[in-house]
Design a protein around this ligand. Structure first.
Ligand code: HEC
Length: 140
């Protein structure tokens, strides 16, 4: 039964819109963040952003919810969202900008990236999922 489910999942993965299996293969062995971004899919990232949408908007001028509006966040200074009051001291203490590398580390584990952050979110475990979300953010 387990085998059947797995086979079905692989088939679906192979034929679905997301082409997950192909993309994982195309990323190569021991893929780096760059490899994942090369095969990333912003449209799937938009769907994955559903898990962020309770706390974040991305459209231009969208409101801050529990978390800040994320329009244009890629490349912007960390904790520099316009109009946002109430970044945690932990995030404000971070230097630099939201490079793709910083975003990848943040989304893997907000608490590890900025211990004490107020972003109550466990993280996105799969590196390809993170690359898809970053591709979506980059497109916004
Ligand atoms: C439960 C609410 C919540 C969820 C879910 C959540 N966030 Fe956040 N996010 C926050 C809060 C609150 C902050 C501000 C953190 C701080 O100040 O320490 C934040 C900050 C951020 C920042 C930094 C913004 C800046 O201006 O520096 C990014 C990027 C971000 N979140 C992306 C995401 C993404 C992508 C997801 C989904 C994969 C997500 N967040 C899920 C609440 C959330």
């Amino acid at each position: 039964m387990r085998v059947l489910v797995l086979a079905a999942a692989l088939l679906l993965g192979g034929c679905g819109d997301d082409k997950l299996a192909e993309r994982r293969a195309a990323a190569g062995a021991n893929p780096t963040l760059g490899d994942y971004l090369r095969v990333s899919d912003a449209a799937r990232g938009r769907r994955l952003f559903g898990q962020c949408a309770a706390c974040h908007t991305v459209r231009v001028g969208g409101p801050d919810l529990n978390g800040p509006n994320l329009h244009g966040v890629v490349g912007r200074g960390i904790a520099q969202g316009r109009g946002r009051v109430g970044y945690s001291a932990a995030l404000q203490a971070k230097q630099g900008a939201w490079t793709v590398e910083a975003l990848d580390a943040w989304l893997a584990s907000p608490q590890r990236f900025a211990p004490g952050t107020s972003m109550r979110f466990g993280g996105v475990r799969d590196p390809l999922d993170r690359a898809d979300v970053i591709a979506f953010l980059r497109a916004n």
